[in-house]
Design a protein around this ligand. Structure first.
Ligand code: AOF
Ligand code: ZN
Length: 355
């Protein structure tokens, strides 16, 4: 006979797994999954599929129908009590006469934080908080940062040779296919990928998620002199494209870009402050960004401490002449306490910013 604690963890694990189906589609909203059980048997499942669409709890309640009465609802985030793009979940839960709600964490959204729980208590619903909380926090770390600070979650993703070079490779790609698959999976989750214009000019990169096929992020290029070639892969309209440039550039070219659906962000000068870029991007409701180069862009984000994680992939080869990755980033990622993961032929150092 299993204990209720065992069942609670098992169903929450399923709710968390359902939540991940929303990766890349929920925008500034969290990833949320919900399971409804009666006598420890599942009678309803749901997840938040897309920004603006029904919340996980509502989807699960719909599937459960009348069976939700006296049932237990498992959800990885505190149910909401506010009307945003959709009505409050707590009312739907109370109306369905759910008896117990098990959640992983409270909702960091200041409009909800704790108030959803209060509302459920007023309806005499039993509450359990903290089941698989760590995993739930990890899953929604981007959401949590953005909703509390309005600063996007930023990942620096770097592919380098064994001798610290991030360009000058003989082949287009220096890292193995397994590493690139991993990168595409990251791309399929973030709101946007950001690069400098030199990377577009040298690599003509796509920046899309071609391996996973879940979602391609917005593509952002920092391009002060408006060098972006109209026939580059960057221009392909498979996802949102954003060019950051200044107002003194060729108006005709800016108009051509706009006519092709490119969004333009205007900043003054030729070297933009990272904080100004972030300020503009947060107004476009971009809550997570993967920075993919080049050297200057990496150094700027790093120096301004505008990053949360670094993924440094190191290929087994050396390259004789190419641009060298900023020493501070290289050393931080490879600090002694960080153990690399082997991925294909490469080593991957994954570190969180700790200052
Ligand atoms: C939940 N379950 O599945 C989600 C929640 O604009 P709306 O109506 O979609 O509301 C967005 C807010 O609702 C969001 O900031 C967060 O506080 C909460 N998201 N809550 O109970 C869900 N996606
Ligand atoms: Zn809700």
């Amino acid at each position: 006979m299993y204990t209720q604690v065992y069942y609670d963890e098992m169903f929450m694990r399923q709710a968390l797994s359902l939540a991940t189906k929303g990766w890349g589609k929920t925008g500034i909203n969290p990833l949320v999954g919900a399971i409804i059980t009666k006598k420890n048997r599942i009678v309803g499942r749901g997840f938040h599929q897309k920004l603006g669409e029904a919340h996980a709890e509502v989807c699960a309640l719909l599937e459960a129908g009348k069976r939700a009465e006296n049932a237990t609802l498992y959800v990885n985030l505190e149910p909401c009590c506010t009307t945003g793009l959709t009505p409050p979940c707590v009312h739907a839960i109370a109306r369905a006469r759910v008896r117990r709600v098990v959640m992983s964490t409270t909702d960091p959204n200041p409009d909800v934080n704790g108030k959803g729980i209060e509302c459920l208590k007023q309806h005499n619903i039993d509450i359990t908080i903290g089941v698989l909380a760590e995993a739930a926090q990890e899953l929604n770390k981007w959401y949590s940062k953005f909703i509390t600070s309005r600063i996007p979650y930023i990942i620096l993703k770097i592919a380098a040779s064994r001798n610290q070079r991030i360009s000058g490779f003989k082949e287009k790609y220096i890292t193995s296919e397994q590493s690139r698959r991993f990168v595409h999976s990251l791309r399929s989750r973030v709101s946007a990928v950001l690069i400098g214009i030199h990377t577009v000019l040298t690599d003509n990169c796509y920046l899309t998620d071609r391996f996973i096929g879940r979602h391609s992020p917005a593509r952002i290029v920092i391009d002060p002199h408006l060098h972006i070639p109209l026939d580059s892969h960057f221009m392909e309209p498979s996802s949102r494209r954003i060019v950051i440039t200044n107002s003194t550039n060729d108006v005709g070219k800016i108009e051509k870009l706009i006519a092709r659906g490119v969004e333009i962000i205007i900043l003054e000068g030729n070297h933009y402050a990272i904080d100004d870029i972030i300020e503009k991007l947060r107004m476009l409701r971009i809550n997570s960004i993967m920075v993919e180069g080049g050297a200057r862009v990496f150094a700027d984000f790093h120096e301004n401490k505008q990053y949360d994680e670094i993924y440094l992939f190191i290929a087994p080869h050396k390259v004789s002449d190419g641009i060298i990755l900023d020493d501070r980033i290289w050393k931080e990622a490879m600090a002694q306490e960080h153990k690399p993961i082997t991925i294909g032929d490469d080593r991957l150092y994954h570190v969180y910013r700790n200052n």
